[in-house]
Design a protein around this ligand. Structure first.
Ligand SMILES: Cc1cc2nc3c(=O)[nH]c(=O)nc-3n(C[C@H](O)[C@H](O)[C@H](O)COP(=O)(O)OP(=O)(O)OC[C@H]3O[C@@H](n4cnc5c(N)ncnc54)[C@H](O)[C@@H]3O)c2cc1C
Length: 454
């Protein structure tokens, strides 16, 4: 075991291997748990004042709930195992949810075979081909062969050009903007597989769940467990650089403080990781920065009443300022929010989109105005609170040949490791896939004994 005196004395733990983890989202928190359980002296650095990252809670009006909409699928094995270990899985509430489509200026249910057959934008043959596309995709187990096929080509071959234009293209545009042309068929495959994973028994039988108290409870329980295991939690501490140092790794904090560890794991999204680890090789840097990330501007609205019966309303009409309508009230018991309803309006955009610099007031005006046009019974005086989350780098787009350009977990910088959303292949970004990265990270850490720099 190697031990290194920290530059200023903090971060040093007697007798145990010291590991710094940069990023206190669900990935960093869970990796900290596993390493602390193995006896590592772990320090977890998080830039934000609270832990949780994309899954962190925040306050909107008089309620505290997740900053971005989150549901758990019954089939999310990694997440449910963690919840079980934290004593929370038995408290999960499960139910079925409704899905709708807003198409041709009207809302349409899409919950069962009859709804599907009644769905007006497509004729019977087109609907059958669409249904077959989904069934076929849900049966594919390995995404690698799909990585070399452009998503548009694959969907047109499966569903036909008309259905692509009327259904798939608007959905792709909503999630990826014009960059959908760069996505491979693996992108849509991963979404279909996840949505249909819990639905195997037939249309409409999926089970979606939430933990009473929301992610705030999962994260608070994790934090308490980490503290009991001796993990040093450092919220509100932004790391500006991770470099090698002697036989360990050096973490430099914003403000200049430097701390030495035996090793460091950076869990930030790929473009952010590239900035924080300055000594990566040009090939490693290229692998991180060439991943196309999608960002999000996501509004949370507290309303007196739910908007409608659907958890997700997909939009196929053009000209709406958001990508979908998510009515959390159809999943979560409203007693969680003093009887109010919670709606999210996500707009998926690229990291450089001007919407990131738009004022909250203008976004609220555009979003609430569009809701009034969509829902005749809704008016802006029903909005009790409105808050906007902006994150520029959320998920990497599965582009052509995606997994051939993966960044390494063990980098060429001795004792410095990367683990992040860019390492997810064969899946979409969700907490379950995020947690599935943890064993891969541990394996890479185990395979590399701390190395001194020559
Ligand atoms: C709109 C939306 C909806 C979603 N819906 C679902 C869902 O329904 N179900 C589901 O399972 N998943 C969902 N997800 C995905 C889920 O949130 C992610 O899979 C998960 O939170 C990713 O965790 P992470 O730790 O990898 O990344 P992050 O949460 O991004 O964590 C990275 C952390 O690093 C911190 N950081 C950044 N820079 C620094 C620095 N320099 N120094 C220190 N810290 C730094 C950040 O503040 C952040 O806390 C959704 C995500 C979004 C955005």
């Amino acid at each position: 075991m190697l031990k290194l005196a920290p530059a200023d004395g903090t971060g040093m733990h007697d007798g145990a291997r010291s590991t710094a983890i940069v990023g206190g989202g669900m990935l960093g928190l869970t990796l900290a748990l596993r390493l602390a359980q193995r006896g590592d002296a772990v320090t977890l650095f998080e830039a934000a004042p609270t832990f949780g990252g994309l899954a962190a809670p925040w306050t909107v009006g008089d309620i505290i709930w997740d900053r971005h909409y989150h549901v758990t699928l019954f089939s999310d094995a990694h997440l449910r195992a963690l919840l079980g270990e934290l004593g929370l899985d038995e408290e999960m509430r499960w139910g079925t949810v409704g899905t709708g489509f807003y198409s041709g200026g009207r809302l349409h249910p899409m919950n069962n075979a009859l709804d599907f057959l009644r769905f007006p934008p497509l004729g019977l043959i087109d609907k059958l081909r669409l249904g077959l596309t989904i069934v076929r995709a849900s049966r594919i187990r390995e995404s690698l062969p799909l990585e070399d096929v452009p998503v548009e080509r694959w969907l047109c071959a499966q569903s036909g050009r008309k259905t692509f234009e009327k259904i798939w293209r608007p959905l792709l545009l909503a999630k990826l903007g014009e960059r959908y042309t760069e996505a491979s068929a693996a992108f849509i495959w991963a979404i279909i597989v996840r949505l249909y994973a819990a639905r195997r028994a037939g249309l409409g039988s999926e089970r979606f769940g939430y933990l009473p108290g929301g992610y705030a409870r999962t994260i608070a329980t994790l934090e308490a467990k980490l503290e009991r295991l001796g993990v040093e939690l450092r919220p509100a501490t932004r790391v500006s650089a991770v470099t090698h140092a002697g036989s360990g790794a050096l973490v430099t904090l914003e403000g200049g403080e430097r701390l030495a560890f035996d090793r460091a794991v950076v869990t930030l999204a790929a473009p952010l990781a590239a900035r924080v680890v300055p000594d990566l090789s040009s090939d490693e840097r290229e692998r991180l920065t060439s991943k196309l990330y999608g960002g999000i501007v996501c509004a949370s609205l507290v309303l007196d009443e739910p908007l409608g019966p659907y958890y997700v309303t997909n939009l196929t009409d053009e000209g709406l300022p958001f990508s979908a309508v998510i009515d959390m009230s159809s999943v979560v018991d409203r007693s969680e929010w003093n009887g109010k309803a919670l709606v999210y309006l996500p707009k998926y955009v690229k990291p450089t989109d001007p919407l990131f610099d738009e004022s909250d007031e203008r976004i609220e005006e555009a979003f609430v105005g569009a809701l009034e046009r969509m829902y005749p019974h809704f008016s802006r005086d029903r909005v009790r609170a409105f808050r906007i989350s902006r994150v520029r780098e959320v998920f990497p787009i599965a582009t052509l040949g995606y997994s051939r350009g993966l960044p390494p977990i063990a980098t060429s910088v001795p004792n410095v490791f990367l683990l992040n959303s860019a390492h997810i292949v064969n899946g979409t970004l969700n907490v379950n896939e995020t947690l599935a990265l943890v064993p891969r990270g541990l394996e890479a850490l185990d395979a590399h004994v701390p190395a001194a720099v020559q």
